[in-house]
Design a protein. Structure first.
Length: 74
């Protein structure tokens, strides 16, 4: 199911979208759907990675820098 909606974009962005759609023999709507779908897919992947790593030990930035200095790597 698709729903028609109005989106306001900067002139430069719509120009890029139109050029990219033309280059791919596509439409701006199809291109926007692909872009938004991919963005949400990446978010989903990121959330899955965070969930998989939630039990890993954490270390503060300062502590990590101290370790690198102590090992002579900084």
């Amino acid at each position: 199911m698709s729903v028609r909606t109005t989106v306001t974009l900067e002139d430069e962005l719509i120009k890029l979208l139109k050029l990219k759609a033309l280059e791919n023999s596509s439409t701006v709507s199809t291109l926007l759907n692909e872009i938004v779908t991919e963005a949400f897919r990446q978010d989903s992947d990121d959330l899955q990675t965070i969930k998989e790593r939630e039990n890993e030990p954490s270390i503060s930035f300062e502590s990590f820098l101290d370790e690198l200095r102590a090992d002579g790597r900084l």
